[in-house]
Write a protein that binds this ligand. Structure first.
Ligand SMILES: CC(C)(COP(=O)(O)OP(=O)(O)OC[C@H]1O[C@@H](n2cnc3c(N)ncnc32)[C@H](O)[C@@H]1OP(=O)(O)O)[C@@H](O)C(=O)NCCC(=O)NCCS
Length: 161
């Protein structure tokens, strides 16, 4: 089930948020964020939203979505995704991705832009391509991967209209 994230969900989301950021392969959030700082960054307010995908007994993943830019850029949306490392490869990311695309369609966005997909993040790049996103460009060496060193950041784009 995918539903809006509540305050009570945060401790579970924080657990995998922290693990993913510390792994150093996918997100350029500040190092050593506190739980409260991370919650503020991950919690979107209208017109955006943050959702969780809940399994039988716990939260398996979360996604944020909303306008990529304010004002004259607000017809293009963006999103971020995190799936708990021990719940990967079971369709959680795809379900969240499909939800996000449909949400943008329902809200009348004209496109979705992912601003910073790490080029060595094979799972994410393949998943977004499977959902129809194209790599429109790659910013060279813009991410300092823990294991690969400086690698590119893809800008990925899906036209909705
Ligand atoms: C990227 C991420 C969201 C994928 O979530 P997931 O639940 O493991 O993905 P799914 O099980 O739904 O797999 C969906 C697709 O992703 C791709 N994929 C998933 N794991 C993969 C892997 N290890 N290697 C290659 N492709 C993979 C496949 O194309 C798969 O296709 P399928 O649906 O036909 O099987 C998850 O790995 C994650 O949270 N990573 C850390 C944070 C992150 O990278 N967020 C996205 C930043 S742009």
């Amino acid at each position: 089930m995918i539903r809006a994230m509540t305050e009570a969900d945060w401790p579970q989301v924080w657990e995998f948020f922290d693990e993913i950021v510390r792994a150093g392969e996918t997100y350029a959030y500040p190092a050593d964020l506190t739980s409260e700082q991370a919650r503020a960054l991950w919690t979107m307010s209208p017109p955006g939203q943050t959702v969780v995908l809940e399994g039988a007994d716990r939260i398996l993943g979360s996604a944020t979505m909303g306008p990529n830019r304010p004002g004259r850029g607000s017809h293009v949306g963006t999103a971020s995704f995190m799936v708990s490392p021990d719940a990967r490869g079971r369709g959680v990311g795809r379900a969240l991705g499909e939800y996000v695309v449909q949400w943008h369609r329902d809200q009348g966005f004209r496109a979705i832009q992912f601003n910073a997909v790490v080029e060595t993040n094979t799972a994410a790049v393949r998943l977004w391509q499977a959902l129809g996103f194209e790599i429109v460009g790659t910013v060279p060496e813009a991410f300092d991967s823990r294991t690969h060193g400086p690698v590119g950041l893809h800008v990925m784009h899906l036209r909705l209209s």
